[in-house]
Design a binder for this molecule. Sequence first.
Ligand SMILES: *Cc1c(COP(=O)(O)O)cnc(C)c1O
Length: 448
Amino acid sequence: MSSNKIVFLEQSKMPTHYYNVLADVPVPMDPPLHPGTKQPAGPQDLAAIFPMDLILQEVSQERFIEIPDEVRDLYRLSRPTPLIRAAILENKLDTPAKIYFKYEGANPTGSHKTNTSYAQAYYNKKAGIKRLVTETGAGQWGSALAMACKHFGMECEIFMVKVSYNQKPYRRTFMKLFGASVHASPTTITNAGRNVLAKDPDSPGSLGIAISEAIEMAVQRDDTNYSLGSVLNHVLLHQTIIGEEARLQMEMVNEYPDIVIGCVGGGSNFGGIAYPFLRDKLTGTKKNLEVIAVEPASCPTLTKGKYEYDFGDEAGMTPLLKMYTLGHDFIPPKIHAGGLRYHGAAPSISLLYNIGAIKASAYEQTEVFRAAQLFAETEGIVPAPESAHAIKEAIAQALRCKESGEAKTILFNLSGHGFLDLGSYEMYLDNQLENYTGQPEFTDAAVR
Ligand SMILES: *Cc1c(COP(=O)(O)O)cnc(C)c1O
């Protein structure tokens, strides 16, 4: 084949606005509730840990929100990211489907996380904040925020989930290189951490615990705010730069996806790629568009969780969010897709799933790594284990097309590269990876 595989969008054509899906969601979102009074939480309840610009974005009903110049300037380090036709994978699968992916691993620090870290650091800096505190799972969010803080001259303090701290030592180094302080959570330096350790000294940690520790530290100083890498409306808003670019790139090759796929931890990269396309479904112009959120079978928030109010963190310090949840004290198994080990899903994704606007699927760790290997063999990119969940679903859809003979156009988000996850791949190659739900192993042998 001699046709082009990469669709480049010129930097001068980079989108100028984020897309706010809340403007088009057909039913109102249930508001966050104050953790103490259980009454709807207002902007002032969030002001202790977030700058007002982000709080206003959190509750905005405006359809398009302008990207500040300072943030667009940072985006130009790597954006627009390429849209790539996975032609060699298509050939290997012998499918009539066309598979496109948006490569967010091309960003500094290796994932989509910088799309929001730049924006969050910028608005905090503008509000006079000197230090940001956060949690990180696999270290992707921590790296992205550390880099953004360094750029804007702020300190950065990071609680890294202990299992990932041990599994991914180079991510620690990466964060420290940008000047951040990194703690293995649960720690003994916060009440939230000490309480967990008193019950379970060997706790592997969880994102919920790390969030509690970060918030506890953030509220102690006026010059310090908390920063969250996913879940909240403003984070998903910043990530829509992915889908807005992808829309333009698909247009450049006269394509529109039949299926859009993303993996879901808290939901930010999924919302980022999916919402700008979902707009067409919600407004009635693309009624048949299929949008699929993919999660690990061992942390099946959407597919097995309950839709109810729950805390975003383990200790119960965040506002209560209406979302699909496995319970705020759920400690997910130690799977290697650390970024997907979160008990809840973004409230906007939860609502859209609840009303049937999007679908969800779940896969086992080993079948996900097998899909990742096939992708690496064909397309040459080692994906982050998180992103490999989206690859797994894209392959499953392409194989379905092979059976039915349909030439569907599939678009998925490759949320990050896996160059710092090679320890996990080593375990996969040595047959040391476990599954955690007792379901039968990988059944679609047709993949390989
Ligand atoms: C953090 C991360 C995820 C999961 O987070 P979301 O908010 O659900 O996107 C997925 N992929 C990669 C590469 C990540 O770094």
